[in-house]
Every structure is written in structure tokens, then in C-alpha cells.
Design a binder for this molecule. Structure first.
Ligand SMILES: [Zn+2]
Length: 264
């Protein structure tokens, strides 16, 4: 036994060496996770028209304490308030052109400077294309953790949802051919006005919008899928409550805890 002592001592030393290396690696991983969880979180809502992003954004904002920023609303606010960015955006819109990405980012980062965005934000409508996602990353410069929620619904269901929408010509009350039909086909139960399908909601146009959407966003989805822990698929065919439950499941507990603390 005594003779073997130096040998077992070196084994013990080796073992301690391994243990300290493993614990150092664990500490590093923990430090990285802590840094990630203490960083502001930018949640991007991604999904085709009719997938329910608009339905879930307000309760998600409520649950996380992060403001919901829709780029459509940002445009409208800047244009209404007549800011320099708004005036510039209007020149593009009036000529029927798309607002350039850099201008959208200027508006977005102007909004992200507000005090309610220090913990992060929920982006709706941006980024929509790969170049937009890369520009956003370049401006965020790794200062924020990203979480992309991709709302998945098969096209056939989206078409049924959107192309079934009806609106009253007079009081504008919405109906749905399958999910919320009027008592008398073709007429509003509130005012008796005639019901119609919006131009945008015609089946052929919905199909075209979906094709454009899929073509534009596929590279974006691949881009986020290649990054660790960023892309989360949300099956948006389920009931409203079921989908929201799935969304909350993928939100980091640190964010929910922060919300809890700020509520107290
Ligand atoms: Zn009506």
C-alpha cells in the first residue's frame, strides 16, 4: 500500500485537475448564461398574415413588461407628428415606394432609446427580410439577446382564416364565413348592411401575399435557425390559449422574473 502511495497521489492530483477544469468550464457557461439573461431581450414576432401575431402581442407585452413595437405604428406616429424621419418616410410612401431599411431602423432605434425599452422590446413587422435582420444585428452589436418566435400555420388554414373574413359596408362590423357567420347570409345582424370581402382578403390575393411572405422570410428563418437558442417555432394552429401557453413556455424565466419584480 505504502509503495503505491506516490502513484495514487498523482491519480488524485490528476482527478483534482479534471474537477477544477470542469468546474471552471461550468462557471464560464454560467457566467455567459447570466450575462445573456441580464442583457435586454429583443423578441421578434415572425409569421405570415393571419397567423395571430397581432392577437398575442398585447398579452405578451403584459406578461413580460416589454413594450410592443409595431413598425406600422411607428410610421404612422412619425408621420402624424411631422418629425424629420416621418417627413422623409412620407416622401417614399407618397411615391408608392417602400421605406428604406435604414430609415425604418432610424425610427426603430429612436423608439428603443425610450426608458420603457431598457429591458428589451417586442418587435412586430421588423425584420421581415434577411438584409433587415443583418442591419438590425449590426446596430444592436450584441448588446441584446434575441428571441425569434416563428408562428407556423399551414397556408391552407391561413387562406381559410383570411379569405373567410367579411365586413359590413355600413357599420364595419367584422364576420367570418365559418367561425362567426351572420344570422342571415350576406347581411349584417347589427344594422342590416350588406357584407363584403375586402380586396386584400380575396383568396387569389391572399395566396399571392403568402407566396411573397414565404419567399422573403425563408432566408431570414434560416439565418436565425443557425444561431444558438434564438429561433423558437410556435405552432399557431392551436386555440388562442394554447398558443399563448406555448409562447410563455419559451420566454426565458429571467424575463418573467424581472416582470414579477417590477410588478411588486
Ligand atoms: Zn353593419
Amino acid at each position: 500500500m505504502i509503495v503505491r502511495f506516490p502513484e495514487s497521489l498523482s491519480r488524485v492530483k490528476k482527478l483534482f485537475g479534471w474537477i477544477s477544469m470542469v468546474s471552471m468550464l461550468l462557471a464560464l457557461a454560467q457566467a455567459e448564461a447570466m450575462q445573456r439573461s441580464s442583457q435586454p431581450l429583443v423578441i421578434v414576432l415572425l409569421g405570415p398574415p393571419g397567423a395571430g401575431k397581432g392577437t398575442h402581442a398585447p398579452p405578451l407585452s403584459e406578461a413580460t413588461g416589454l413594450p410592443h413595437i409595431s413598425t406600422g405604428d411607428l410610421f404612422r406616429t412619425h408621420i402624424q407628428q411631422g418629425t424629420d424621419l416621418g417627413k422623409l418616410a412620407k416622401t417614399y410612401i407618397d411615391q408608392g415606394n417602400l421605406v428604406p431599411d435604414e430609415l425604418v431602423l432610424d425610427m426603430l432605434f429612436d423608439r428603443l432609446k425610450e426608458p420603457d425599452c431598457t429591458q428589451g422590446s417586442i418587435l412586430d413587422g421588423f425584420p421581415r427580410t434577411l438584409p433587415q435582420a443583418k442591419s438590425l444585428d449590426a446596430r444592436l452589436k450584441g448588446r441584446c439577446a434575441m428571441l425569434v418566435l416563428n408562428f407556423y400555420v399551414p397556408d391552407s388554414i391561413l387562406i381559410e382564416r383570411i379569405a373567410g373574413r367579411l365586413i359590413c359596408r355600413d357599420c364595419k362590423r367584422p364576420y367570418h364565413k365559418l367561425f362567426d357567420p351572420p344570422r342571415e347570409t350576406g347581411f349584417c345582424e347589427q344594422c342590416g348592411g350588406s357584407l363584403y370581402t375586402r380586396e386584400d382578403d380575396q383568396e387569389a390575393i391572399v395566396r399571392k401575399r403568402l407566396t411573397v411572405y414565404r419567399t422573403e422570410t425563408l432566408p431570414l428563418i434560416e439565418y436565425y435557425a443557425a444561431q444558438k437558442d434564438v429561433l423558437k417555432e410556435i405552432d399557431a394552429q392551436n386555440s388562442k390559449d394554447g398558443v399563448f401557453h406555448d409562447i410563455l413556455e419559451v420566454i426565458p424565466t429571467s424575463i418573467k422574473a424581472r416582470r414579477h419584480l417590477s410588478v411588486q
